[in-house]
Design a protein around this ligand. Structure first.
Ligand code: FES
Length: 211
């Protein structure tokens, strides 16, 4: 639920009560992945970038593949028309939530982020990449979490956020993210998307992005 809806519920409870109740109780039979994919369809159809940025990462986190997210976008076409659909594709490509086009396959060497021991333990390190900055958070001798630097709320780069050690804070709207889990810690974290995690492996002492 958005902050704005919660605000309406607080200041105009009579007017907003039924609407809030509808949102709370209307979906009972759908699993999270299906629900978030349908949310993508509706966000594309009405043309809300903010909603798309909120729900597309949730769909991925709930188990949707990038192909399924693309299908959800395409499903919106009869209602959205072409321009909203193309706008949505731009937003989702920006978030790295759509499959790569065949000509965009990255070279294997492009995936090596660095020697694992060169990343300090439990601290945020930014790695600058031609296709977008990444945040590396080393969690053990041979383990690390890697996230897109883009704030899931909007386009702000979290590499320029406030470094709180094991948390990073977006300078734009002050969302705080836990770097060990990627979860949004607040303010008011309910329903907020977490950081977008990249798949990595450690091979020969090197940290390699594999998605
Ligand atoms: S861009 Fe809004 S919290 Fe980061």
């Amino acid at each position: 639920m958005s902050k704005a809806l919660r605000y309406l519920g607080a200041v105009r409870p009579e007017a907003a009560g039924h609407l809030l109740g509808f949102y709370k109780h209307s979906v009972k039979a759908l699993d999270d992945k299906t629900r978030f994919l349908i949310q993508i369809v509706t966000k594309v159809a009405v043309g809300t970038e903010r909603g798309l940025r909120q729900y597309a990462p949730k769909a991925l986190k709930a188990g949707a593949s990038k192909e399924e997210i693309l299908d959800a976008v395409m499903m919106a076409f009869p209602a959205s028309g072409l321009n909203k659909l193309l706008d949505a594709i731009e937003v989702l490509r920006d978030l790295d939530l759509l499959p790569e086009a065949p000509g965009e396959q990255k070279e294997v060497g492009d995936h090596v982020l660095g020697v694992i021991t060169s990343f300090p333990m439990n601290k945020m390190t930014c790695v600058h990449r031609p296709d977008g900055d990444l945040i590396v958070f080393r969690t053990g001798p041979e383990t690390a979490k890697v996230y897109l630097s883009r704030c899931p709320h909007s386009k702000t780069t979290l590499c320029k956020g406030v470094d709180h050690g094991d948390r990073v804070e977006c300078r734009m709207h002050n969302w705080v993210f836990d770097l060990a889990s990627g979860r949004c810690l607040g303010p008011d974290p309910e329903g907020k998307a977490g950081l977008i995690e990249c798949k990595v492996r450690v091979e020969g002492g090197r940290l390699i992005r594999v998605d």
